[in-house]
Design a protein around this ligand. Structure first.
Ligand code: ARG
Length: 464
C-alpha cells in the first residue's frame, strides 16, 4: 500500500532506508496509548462539529475493532507503515474504508507521538511507584525484625561504631522514599496533554484541547504548541529519576554482595535468588545483586543518550526525537524488574544475627564510647580523644581490646574511669544509648519504622 504521506513522492523509499527510518519495531509498545488518543481525538472532532456524529461513530467503531484485534494478538505490524500511528491508521482503513482518513483531521504525528508517550509514561510511573512502594514495605518489615540486631557500622569500609541493622536498612528506606517522591513529581510533567498542538503551530480547526485532555485523563494541556511537540523533559526526568533509583539499588546490592561473602557472612541469600558455578561446585553467587548493580550502567547510559539527542535540536519536531523511545522502554523494563528482584531477594534473605553482632566484639568500634564516657564526666572531648587514641595504640600492640583492659590500668590513665565502663563498652549498650533524634538507638529506629509504616498506610489509603 502507498505511504500515508506518499502524495508528494514520485519514487518509493529505498528498502534499507525504510527499515532505518521505521520505529514500529519498538513503538508498538504504545499501541494501547495510540488507540486511546485516537478515540479521544475523534470524540472531540464530533463534539466540535468538525466531523459529523455519524462519521465519528464509524471511526470509533473501527478503532474499537482494531483494539480488539490488537488485544487478540491479531495485528501484524509492518515496517512499510513506519510507526505505530500509521500502522494503526492502516488497520483502521482496512476496517472502515476511506472515512478512516478523516481521523487525522487537525492532528499530526508530532502531537500524536508526544501524546502516546505522555500516556505511556503516566502508566509506567504508576507501575514504578507501586513497585517502589512494595519494596519500601519489604524493607520496613525486615527492619522491624532487626531493630535490636547489632552490626558494625562503617565509614571508609572500616569498623566505625556499632549500629542497629534495622537502622542500616531504614537508611535505604529513606533513599527509596525520595525516589518514590521524585517519580511522583515526574507525574506532574507527564500529566499534560500535547494533543491538538498538531505539527507545531496548532490548527485552523475549532478543536477543543481540554476535551481530549479530559477524555484521556490528563490534568492539564500544554500552553505552547511548539513546546508540546518538542518537549521530552518528562522522559529525561524519568531517566534521571531512574538513574538515581538504580544508584541506590546498586549501593544496596554492593553491600549485600559484601555481606554474603565468606569474609562477612552477615546474610545468606535464598537459593531462589542465587546461582551456582559451572566449574566450582561449592559456589553460591549473588548474581542478581551483581546484575542490578551492573544494570545501573545502562540506565545511566540511557539518560546520557537522550540528553545528547536533545542538546542541539532546533524547535520544533525533528526526527532525532524518535531516538527517545528505546532507552525509555529499556530503562522502564530494567527498573521494574530490578525492583521486583530486589524485593524478592530481601524478603527471602536470612540474617546471621550472631555473626553480625560478633563482628563488633573483636574490634575498637567502642572507642568513641570510652571517649564520650570521659567527656560526659567533664574531660574536654579533644583530651578524651587523645587518651583513648593512646589506649587503642597500646592495646593494638599488646593484642587485646578496650573491653579487656583491667580496671586498675584504666584508673592509671584516668581516675574518672570506674567499673561501669565495661557495660558502657558493650556494643549493645553503645547502640541503645545513641538516642539522639535520627540516631541508631533502638527507640530512634522504632520511631523511624513507625513513621514509615504510617506513611505507607497513608499512601495505600490514598490509592484506595
Ligand atoms: N515515529 C515518529 C517518532 O517516533 C513519529 C513522529 C513522526 N513525525 C514526523 N513528522 N516524521 O518520533
Amino acid at each position: 500500500m502507498a505511504k500515508l504521506w506518499g502524495g508528494r513522492f514520485e519514487e518509493s523509499l529505498d528498502k534499507k532506508t525504510e527499515a532505518f527510518g521505521a520505529s514500529i519495531t519498538f513503538d508498538q509498545k504504545m499501541a494501547r496509548q495510540d488507540l486511546k488518543g485516537s478515540l479521544a481525538h475523534v470524540t472531540m472532532l464530533a463534539t466540535t462539529g468538525i466531523l459529523t456524529t455519524e462519521e465519528a461513530e464509524q471511526i470509533k467503531a473501527g478503532i474499537q475493532k482494531v483494539e480488539a484485534k490488537y488485544e487478540a494478538g491479531e495485528i501484524d505490524f509492518k515496517i512499510e507503515n513506519e510507526d505505530i500511528h500509521m500502522n494503526m491508521e492502516t488497520y483502521l482503513h482496512a476496517e472502515i474504508g476511506s472515512v478512516a482518513g478523516k481521523l487525522h483531521t487537525a492532528r499530526s504525528r508530532n502531537d500524536q507521538v508526544a501524546t502516546d508517550m505522555h500516556l505511556w509514561m503516566k502508566d509506567t510511573l504508576s507501575e514504578t511507584m507501586a513497585k517502589l512502594e512494595n519494596l519500601r514495605e519489604v524493607i520496613v518489615n525486615l527492619a522491624s525484625n532487626h531493630v535490636e540486631t547489632i552490626m558494625p557500622g562503617y565509614t571508609h569500609l572500616q569498623h566505625a561504631q556499632p549500629i542497629s541493622f534495622g537502622h542500616h536498612l531504614m537508611a535505604y528506606y529513606s533513599m527509596l522514599t525520595r525516589d518514590f517522591e521524585r517519580f511522583g513529581s515526574n507525574m506532574q510533567h507527564a500529566d499534560i496533554s500535547p494533543l491538538g498542538a498538531a505539527a507545531l503551530a496548532g490548527t485552523t480547526f475549532p478543536i477543543d484541547r481540554k476535551e481530549t485532555a479530559e477524555l484521556m485523563g490528563f490534568s492539564d494541556v500544554y500552553v505552547n504548541s511548539m513546546d508540546a511537540v518538542s518537549d521530552r523533559d518528562f522522559i529525561l526526568e524519568f531517566l534521571s529519576n531512574a538513574s538515581i533509583l538504580m544508584m541506590h539499588l546498586s549501593r544496596f546490592c554492593e553491600e549485600i554482595i559484601l555481606w554474603c561473602s565468606h569474609e562477612f557472612q552477615f546474610v545468606t541469600l535464598s537459593d531462589a535468588f542465587s546461582t551456582g558455578s559451572s566449574i566450582m561446585p561449592q559456589k553460591k553467587n549473588p548474581d542478581m545483586a551483581e546484575l542490578i548493580r551492573g544494570k545501573s550502567g545502562r540506565v545511566y547510559g540511557n539518560l546520557f543518550g537522550l540528553l545528547t539527542v536533545m542538546k542541539s535540536l532546533p524547535l520544533a519536531y525533528n526526527k532525532d526525537l524518535q531516538e527517545d523511545k528505546e532507552g525509555m522502554f529499556d530503562t522502564a523494563e530494567t527498573i521494574l524488574t530490578s525492583l521486583d528482584v530486589m524485593a524478592g531477594m530481601l524478603s527471602t534473605l536470612s540474617v546471621n544475627e550472631t555473626v553480625m553482632a560478633e563482628a563488633t566484639e573483636q574490634d575498637f568500634s567502642n572507642a568513641t564510647e570510652l571517649a564520650d564516657y570521659l567527656a560526659a564526666k567533664g574531660l574536654p572531648f579533644r583530651q578524651a580523644h587523645e587518651i583513648v587514641g593512646e589506649m587503642v595504640l597500646a592495646c593494638t600492640k599488646a593484642g587485646y581490646y578496650l573491653q579487656d583492659v583491667p580496671l586498675a590500668r584504666y584508673q592509671e590513665v584516668s581516675p574518672l574511669i570506674e567499673a561501669d565502663i565495661y557495660e558502657t563498652l558493650k556494643s549493645r549498650t553503645a547502640v541503645q544509648r545513641r538516642n539522639s533524634y535520627g540516631g541508631t538507638g533502638f527507640e530512634q529506629v522504632k520511631m523511624q519504622i513507625a513513621l514509615a509504616q504510617a506513611a505507607l498506610k497513608k499512601e495505600n489509603s490514598e490509592k484506595a
